[in-house]
Ligand binder design. Structure first.
Ligand code: F6R
Length: 246
């Protein structure tokens, strides 16, 4: 199969559909390995997974997770670390053991960055690879923080954040000057190795980049376009994000 577009009637219908798929995966394969994203888009998905845990007994006890990325250089107590984001929105509200959670570190000495990234790739391999990868899409077309120019076979590494990405993050940090300049991100190759991928994009602000990712030729200038070549990539859209597809 090739890339599939799911046009949902609204964001919440899309969220319920993706959450149901994740729940079915976990019920059929309790040791499932999930790839997780941060940002505004997956917040309602995590809310729905928490509901499924609390009200329908969905257990994450044997699930393993790998997050896509983390800002470099933030103090552990900073509310905008993706570590804190994930604990706030998901991990503190479900029964996943701490040992099963994997996230790139925010605090790394220069000399340790390469080995940290290699260890992250190894940990994904040892876990058996990612069964189901959740993605958002940035205005630069990034998946994870794979900014324009990221090769299709890139692996986990340090990335310099694009000016547009930093601008988009500025409100959360109060000021552009406070937005980190670098992050650790899984590579495009790491992401494309996932067995199934669900990219979520909602709202008009995503319409143009969704069109470029889906309708223009595959290019390293829009990392999300690499998903066109993945056998199990699914774009979950609402009418606004799909509005430029024609
Ligand atoms: C987050 C990530 C990014 C975001 C993207 C969209 O872990 O890797 O690719 O998914 O920047 O962000 P939102 O959802 O805030 O529009």
């Amino acid at each position: 199969m090739s890339l599939q577009i799911h046009l949902h009637s609204c964001r919440d219908v899309a969220i319920r559909s993706v959450a149901r798929e994740i729940a079915t995966l976990i019920r059929n394969k309790p040791h499932a390995v999930l790839g997780l994203a941060t940002g505004a888009t997956p917040i309602p998905l995590y809310r729905e997974l928490v509901r499924l845990h609390r009200e329908e007994g969905l257990s994450f006890r044997q699930v393993t997770t790998f997050n896509l990325d983390e800002y470099l250089g933030l103090e552990p107590t900073h509310p905008e670390t993706y570590w804190n984001f994930m604990h706030r929105h998901l991990f503190d509200r479900i029964d996943i053991p701490a040992a099963n959670i994997h996230m790139p570190h925010a605090q790394l000495a220069e000399a340790d960055i390469l080995s940290h990234c290699e260890a992250y790739e190894d940990a994904i391999r040892v876990a058996g690879g990612i069964d189901y990868q959740i993605l958002g899409i940035g205005r630069t077309g990034h998946i994870g923080f794979n900014e324009p120019g990221s090769p299709a076979d890139s692996i986990t590494r340090r990335i310099h954040l694009d000016a547009i990405t930093r601008q988009d993050a500025a409100p959360a940090f109060g000021d552009l000057a406070h937005v980190p300049k670098h992050a650790i991100t899984m590579g495009c190759g790491t992401i494309l190795a996932a067995r199934k991928i669900a990219l979520l994009a909602f709202g008009e602000s995503k319409a143009d980049i969704v069109r470029r990712a889906l309708r223009e030729p595959v290019t390293d200038q829009v990392s999300a376009s690499f998903l066109q070549n993945h056998p199990e990539a699914h774009f979950h859209l609402d009418p606004a994000s799909a509005s430029a597809l024609g």
